[in-house]
Design a protein around this ligand. Structure first.
Ligand code: ADP
Ligand code: MG
Length: 257
């Protein structure tokens, strides 16, 4: 089963008398353990599509299925819960709480979901290790570089063991080298953990790392390119997304510094 299936999805916004068709009819599947890149010019509907995929918003017409569940068929409360448990978000601004350590920031989604503190901290430490930041656990965000802060944000997205990690321009606040490293990290998470990831990005290096690129224009899919960037050691089992092994260094690190 696809993690995400969009069936002829549209989204329009009304501003006064003007109707904007932000997404004009998109059908798309996202497969388990796939790294999908969404690219396209500003205003082409990337963020709107990502909000629909993540259940932040519901389509005007069409269906968005997350693990087979139509996101419009459930209540707002159920959708909020589903989102909190099954989707990890990474944004352009890292959105870390400045007074909490890296470890505490990563543990927060678990604590908000009622996981006991001790378990939350253990799982947060594991997630931090999976982004190779175990040694920064006690650091405040202000003591870390932008790239490190975004890796903490990635760990925070991963800590719930989501079905899907979504990133809207996660490299937008980083220089191109650091941005490229963050995209490479997503590649590792797909290959090492079987994580499913969808990122919207301008970062050119996404073509070096994604399994597939979907290019949007005016709210429609302009084209789709399938790439072969999976590392040889990639696990084939989608079930591997269930565990976060802290083993390092990963085999895929040899691809790139
Ligand atoms: P991108 O992320 O590719 O830059 P967006 O999805 O943000 O594009 O926007 C696509 C189009 O939809 C743009 O024309 C934008 O102005 C419009 N749009 C997005 N969100 C809203 C909204 N909440 N209200 C009105 N128009 C919107
Ligand atoms: Mg956008």
């Amino acid at each position: 089963m696809s993690v995400i299936e969009a069936i002829n999805v549209t989204k329009s916004f009304h501003t006064g008398d003007v109707e904007v068709n932000a997404v004009g009819g998109i059908s798309l599947q996202v497969n388990s353990a796939e790294l999908l890149g969404i690219v396209g010019p500003s205003g082409s509907g990337k963020s709107t599509l990502l909000s629909l995929i993540g259940g932040i918003d519901t389509p005007t017409t069409g269906q968005m299925l997350l693990e087979g569940t139509d996101l419009a068929s459930i209540s707002d409360d159920q959708r909020t819960l589903l989102r909190r448990r099954r989707i990890g978000f990474v944004f352009q601004a890292f959105n870390l709480l400045p007074t909490l350590s890296a470890l505490e920031n990563v543990a927060l989604p678990l604590e908000l979901d009622g996981v006991p503190e001790r378990t939350a901290m253990e799982r947060a430490a594991e997630a931090l290790q999976s982004v190779n930041l175990g040694h920064r656990a006690a650091h405040l965000p202000s003591m870390m570089s932008g790239g490190e802060q975004q890796r903490v944000a990635v760990a925070r997205a991963l800590v719930i063991k989501p079905a899907l990690v979504l990133g809207d321009e996660p490299t937008g606040n980083l220089d191109s080298k650091t941005g490229s490293q963050v995209i490479h990290l997503f590649r590792e998470l797909v290959d090492r953990l079987g994580q499913t990831v969808v990122i919207v990005t301008h970062e050119g290096s996404v073509t070096e790392y994604a399994d597939r690129i979907v290019r949007l224009r005016d709210g429609l899919v302009e084209n789709e390119v399938i790439l072969n960037n999976r590392t040889a050691a990639a696990p084939q089992s989608p079930n591997s997304a269930r565990s976060l092994p802290s083993t390092s260094p990963p085999a895929s690190q040899s691809r790139r510094p």
